[in-house]
Design a protein around this ligand. Structure first.
Ligand SMILES: [Zn+2]
Length: 232
């Protein structure tokens, strides 16, 4: 029997790859997406498409609307930065930082995992392209793993020893794309843009679009996502 794993599925390129890695490792996938009031809600539709393509056992979407507390360009009326230099993207915490997002997402994932008896949780965080996000660092994930084992009934009773898997944490976007392609991920189903138009077409200019474009270029591949193909 396959061991269950909870996969945090955002609908983006990284989490789709992390999910494919979990599947490759033999886990039965239980996907969790969170509607936190993100302006790029098209990613939730993308998460549905990716979950279906990966053949997940179950896909749950929880609502935890963060927009009333504000402060992030992803959940409030703050403008999403455009056309930034890649070096700048790497070296500060941008306004697209969502307060404590990964702590929140992982907490929900651990709760779900405890209920279904899964000891393994996969998250597609990456510390290379986004070194500015404090909750994408290995030391944060190690501390959270300890929290999960101390703060749950299954952990304290020793029934589950939670492991937080972050297989992409040290990889560049190009390495992630190459690995996912080998595993059969269809990146045409994924959505990365923070600020898409009303039809979900990527803007091509926000940090997420720029890092995605750079990743495909460095991998020597064409992005299959509509609106992200290099037309130049
Ligand atoms: Zn964009």
């Amino acid at each position: 029997m396959q061991k269950p794993a909870v996969i945090l599925l955002s609908g983006g390129l990284d989490s789709a790859t992390a999910a494919a890695i979990a599947r490759e490792q033999g886990f039965a996938l239980f996907a969790l997406s969170v509607d936190y009031g993100q302006r790029h809600r098209f990613e939730l539709e993308a998460a549905d498409r990716v979950a279906r393509a990966l053949g997940v056992r179950r896909h749950v979407t929880l609502r935890a609307d963060l927009s009333p507390i504000g402060s992030s360009a992803l959940t409030g009326p703050i403008e999403v930065p455009k056309d930034r230099d890649p070096a700048e993207i790497q070296h500060d915490v941008p306004v697209t930082y969502v307060p404590a997002r990964n702590t929140l997402l992982l907490s929900l994932a651990v709760g779900y995992a405890e209920v279904i008896g899964a000891a393994d949780i996969f998250i597609g965080v990456n510390a290379v392209d986004y070194s500015g996000y404090p909750d994408c660092r290995p030391e944060f994930l190690a501390a959270f793993e300890q929290t999960a084992n101390l703060g749950t009934k299954a952990g304290v009773e020793g029934r589950l020893k939670f492991t937080i898997h972050a297989p992409l944490i040290e990889l560049t976007k190009a390495q992630i794309i190459r690995w996912g392609t080998q595993l059969g991920v269809d990146y045409g189903l994924t959505h990365s843009c923070y600020d898409p138009d009303a039809n979900g077409t990527p803007c091509g200019r926000c940090d997420a679009c720029l890092l995605r474009r750079k990743g495909f270029a460095e991998a020597g591949m064409e992005d299959p996502r509509r609106g992200m193909r290099d037309e130049g």
